[in-house]
Structure formats: C-alpha cells, structure tokens
Ligand binder design. Structure first.
Ligand code: HEC
Length: 202
C-alpha cells in the first residue's frame, strides 16, 4: 500500500472519530453538528424561511408586507376523497385539470341551496359568465357570439352535467374556456354551480 493511501485512510478514520465525538454529546436533546448548513439555510432570500435579518427590507423581513389595500386571492387548492370534510372541501382543490371524472364522481355541492344562495349564484354568474354564456345559458352572450363555440347548458350534451363537473370546469377551464379558480372563491363557485343547474333546465 502506498504512503498516500495510508494517509487518506488515517484521515478518514480521524474524520470519522471527529464526527462520532461531536455528534453525540450532551444527551438526547442535542441535535449534534449540522453538516453543511449552507445546504439548508439558503444564501438567497427565501420568503418562507429566514435565518438572518434582511438588511434591505423594512423590519428585517425577506417577505414584504403587502401594500395597503391588497386583496387576498382565493385559495385554489381543495382536498377530496375519503376523509375530506365539507370545510376543507371549500378550502383546497387538488383534483388535477385532466381528471374531471374524479370531480364528477366525488364532489357534491357543500352549500345548501336556498333562495339566497341561488340569487347570489345568479349575481356571480352575471359577473363572470354571462358575457360568454348568455343570460339564459344558451351560449349567446355578447362576447360568446364573437368568441364562438360556447355551448348551451340545456343542449342534450350539457343538460346532465353534475355538480363536480361544473365546479371543475369553472376552476380549471376546459377546451377553449379559461380557468376561473384564481378569481372566484370556492364558495362562490359552488353558488354559480347551483345557478347553472337552473339554466340547464332551459
Ligand atoms: C370567454 C368566454 C367564457 C367565459 C367567460 C366562461 N365560459 Fe364557460 N365555456 C366557454 C367555451 C368556449 C366553452 C366550450 C369549451 C370547449 O369545449 O372548448 C365553455 C364551456 C363551459 C361548460 C361546459 C364544459 C364541458 O363539459 O364541455 C361549462 C359548465 C361552463 N363553460 C361554465 C362556465 C361558467 C360557470 C362560467 C363563469 C364562471 C364560464 N363558463 C365562463 C366560454 C366561456
């Protein structure tokens, strides 16, 4: 064995002892030496994990405080399936865009239908959908006739769309229809679903 090899083996053993010696001091609560901490504590500014005060921003924060009057964006993600309850159903939506079948099978409208919820659904539909889908959902809104290809909710292929299907289309869009999940809160989307059901009846 060459001298060099001897030296590297000795160095390796030494390093090993150093680690062993330094990692298990002071009982169970000691986490030991953190190896290569710069791998965990990024040098760049991270909004959600901050080790040192930021010298540039106000109050030493990496994440700036939103400007006054900032409007919160609705939460886009919803959990589904077993164990999901109605409260989380309203909060988080994680059915992927290409899985509309899952939405059809697993979702039912968590908002009880009342005259008020329907009326609110109608107002929201008027704000977000009517220009394409038209007042009666026939696809002939002022934008719809120019945009083209907007279906009628009461046509055979559409009149049986269920809660999950419509909710999913509003959230993620479909074909040439754009997604609305980032503009319309989950609760509002469910109210629109109720109103679209009315329009499906023609
Ligand atoms: C910019 C125009 C536009 C707006 C705004 C719009 N849609 Fe659509 N929508 C379309 C078009 C176009 C289609 C046909 C999509 C396709 O198949 O390519 C469609 C299809 C649909 C469908 C049928 C999806 C399917 O299974 O084929 C539903 C349900 C629907 N829209 C609901 C809504 C609701 C509810 C709103 C309001 C929140 C809305 N849309 C806003 C243009 C629009």
């Amino acid at each position: 064995m060459s001298n060099n090899k001897h030296i590297s083996i000795i160095a390796a053993v030494f390093m090993g002892l150093l680690f062993a010696g330094s990692s298990c001091k002071k009982g169970h609560n000691n986490t030991g030496v953190e190896f290569a901490p710069q791998m965990y504590d990024a040098v760049g500014y991270e909004p959600y994990r901050q080790i040192k005060p930021n010298t540039i921003n106000d109050k030493g924060l990496n994440m700036r405080i939103p400007a006054r009057g900032t409007v919160a964006r609705p939460n886009y993600h919803i959990t589904y399936g077993e164990g999901a309850n109605k409260t989380t159903d309203l909060m988080i939506y994680n059915i992927p865009k290409d899985s509309i079948g899952i939405a059809e099978r697993t979702l039912t409208n968590p908002i009880p239908e009342t005259d008020i919820s329907l009326e609110q659904g109608k107002v929201l539909y008027t704000q977000y959908c009517i220009h394409c889908h038209g007042e009666e959902g026939k696809g002939n809104g002022t934008v719809g006739v120019v945009y083209k290809g907007v279906p009628s909710y009461s046509a055979d292929a559409y009149k049986y769309m269920n809660d999950g299907h419509i909710y999913h289309v509003i959230t993620h869009g479909k074909g040439r229809m754009w997604p609305h999940g980032s503009q319309i809160t989950a609760e509002e989307r469910w109210k629109i679903v109720q109103y679209v059901h009315k329009l499906q009846q023609g």
